[in-house]
Design a protein around this ligand. Sequence first.
Ligand code: 6GU
Length: 214
Amino acid sequence: MKFDIITIFPNIFDGFLTESLLARAQKLGIIKIGIHNLRKWTTDRHQKVDDKPFGGGVGMVMKVEPIFKAVRSLRPDKKTRVILFSPRGKKLDQKTAKRLSKYQQLILICGRYEGVDERVAEYIANEVISIGDYVLNGGEVATIVVIEAVSRMIPGFIAKQESALKFDHAQYTRPEIVEIKKGGKIKRLKVPAVLLSGDHAKIEKWRKKHGALT
Ligand code: 6GU
């Protein structure tokens, strides 16, 4: 899987993508990540990527042409999905992450919050994604969220694929009892007895009841 990020803030991605599991996956060749500065596809002296909105209004709007040229230069084909990030998009969920993990290339267009010329959503992007009901400064953080959620669904990314959806139930580890002081009193925080019982059928039932993701 190749992730191609189109952004006006390429430096945002440095630390995040070069640590931990994402770094390992890139070393193993499971994923590739290309970070592309949108200004590379401007032709004017000021490398202008935005302009005033038609009809008036506050803020600036990201222009179509640099985005169009950027996407085209990344050579999308039938196994590519072009994604625009916008708070107006379809909300990301686990099912979407899984579906996106089947493509060979994701081209991820980071819009800034004031907006992107609507023709990008209409004619260039295959889908528009939001990561939740709140407004961010731009699509960069959303891009990181998608790369992480999608990568986890790619076979080989996680050593044990069964654990890709781990934390689907409440978990405990040693010690069995933790003592904390609260309001001058000592409280003993215990692990649910069923998890120590060795009764696997009962444990399964308990875990189903305390689950989150499905
Ligand atoms: Cl994808 N972009 C921005 N600017 N804000 C968001 C978002 C995306 N998803 C939730 N809020």
